[in-house]
Design a protein around this ligand. Structure first.
Ligand code: PSV
Ligand code: MN
Length: 386
């Protein structure tokens, strides 16, 4: 039997960080379909994030991407966020959108380019100091397209050197979260392609360097929950970039493509003691054809549903079945939790938190969608890359 009161209490403490870039326009390399009411400034992105938190109660922070969210005064931006009921979360660096980075950033063969990339990363830590953000999220587009193009091992040395310089600069309460990605934009080698490479670098760096698992960044069929279990066991799981993919990384809504996988991941999180403030649960998504704010609300709800099911697993019964080698019973215990309709439970949790039981309906009723369409006229809409 699971303790329902404890499950509800845990669900009330959940925190899912939403990404500033998900509120802006995005698309594929073929077409960006602009939507009405899209934010034009970092402040407007924060206002949308605040709306998501207002109706869900579990999205208290918003991640920044630099330079997409560049402002003159970051402390003022943090204050603006707080006045709207949210805080600024992870600072995401960007060493992939400058002509200088054609052959990479901190792994680039030329020292001047490596320096430029490093300066950007150090600037991101300055921004964290001003915003009060605890996490620097690093993703490198670095890699090669052709065998022989560069020295694969030498690139690892350059990577280690650059990461060490950033690590040195971190404050005591700041962490560096290293993200891996199987491929893209590099097609032959990627300098941080998998959790093992990220883990090896983080291990050398120290306790404040942790691995971040972007659910979209694996080969089809990869057992992501095993990676999660392993990283948690090693004390090296820093956080998630949640999204869904069908083929390659495509930033669809988390839990949309494979809710069962999300449940399995969240089960390992709960089992491994990762459900808490030490693991950052972030969304990293783009909403290309669907309405953005409702899509983000839906994504937050998908994470909540997977978490509720994971918390409902009868771990005593599961352990007993596992110990006695009862394969079918062990599987049945897990599936029972997965097959539970947790929507009524979450509705209760929301009502107990003083929220509407249905966040999407609450958002629709709020009039925010109409208001931003009417008010956000003129100016330059934010897009993926601004
Ligand atoms: C790279 O594909 C990535 O997942 C990184 O987290 C980037 O910062 C983000 O996407 C940009 O959308
Ligand atoms: Mn990501």
């Amino acid at each position: 039997m699971t303790d329902l009161a404890a499950v509800k209490a845990a669900l009330k403490t959940q925190a899912v960080e939403t990404p500033s870039w998900a509120y802006g326009n995005s698309g594929t390399r073929f077409k960006v379909f602009a939507q009405a009411g899209v934010p034009r400034t970092p402040r407007e992105k924060i206002e949308d994030a605040a709306k998501v938190h207002e109706v869900t109660g579990v999205a208290p922070t918003v991640a920044l991407h630099i330079p997409w969210d560049t402002v003159d005064d970051y402390a003022a931006l943090a204050k603006f966020a707080e006045e709207r009921g949210v805080r600024l979360g992870a600072v995401n660096s960007n060493t992939f959108q400058d002509d200088a980075y054609r052959l990479g950033s901190i792994c680039h063969p030329e020292a001047t380019v490596r320096r430029k990339a490093l300066d950007h990363l150090l600037e991101c830590v300055d921004i964290m100091d001003a915003t009060g953000s605890a996490d620097l999220k690093l993703w490198f587009a670095d890699g090669t397209n052709y065998p022989g193009q560069d020295d694969v091992r030498g690139r690892q040395d350059r990577l280690a050197e650059g990461l060490a310089a950033v690590y040195e600069r971190l404050g005591d309460d700041q962490r560096m979260l290293l993200e891996y990605k199987l491929f893209e934009p590099a097609f032959y080698t990627t300098d941080v392609p998998d959790w093992g490479t990220a883990y090896a670098h983080c291990l050398k760096l120290g306790a404040r360097a942790q691995v971040v698992v972007d659910t979209g960044h694996h080969a089809p069929g990869t057992n992501i929950e095993f990676i999660v279990a392993t990283l948690l066991r090693e004390g090296k799981l820093g956080g998630f970039d949640f999204n869904s993919r069908f083929y390659a990384d495509d930033d669809l809504m988390v839990g949309a493509a494979d809710p069962f996988q999300l449940f399995r991941i969240m089960y390992e999180v709960v089992r491994g003691g990762g459900f808490g403030p030490d693991v950052a649960f972030m969304l990293d998504q783009c909403h290309n054809i669907e309405a953005k704010i409702p899509a983000i609300i839906r994504s937050v709800m998908n994470v909540q549903e997977a978490t509720a099911k994971a918390l409902l697993v009868d771990r005593t019964a599961l352990a007993a079945a596992q110990r006695s080698g009862d394969v079918l019973e062990a599987n049945a215990v897990l599936m029972d939790a997965y097959n539970t309709d947790v929507r009524p439970l979450l509705a209760e949790v929301r009502e107990e938190m003083g929220l509407d039981a249905d966040p999407i309906a609450a958002y629709r009723r709020s009039g925010w969608a109409e208001r931003i369409v009417a008010e956000r006229v003129g100016g330059q809409q934010a897009g993926w890359g601004a």
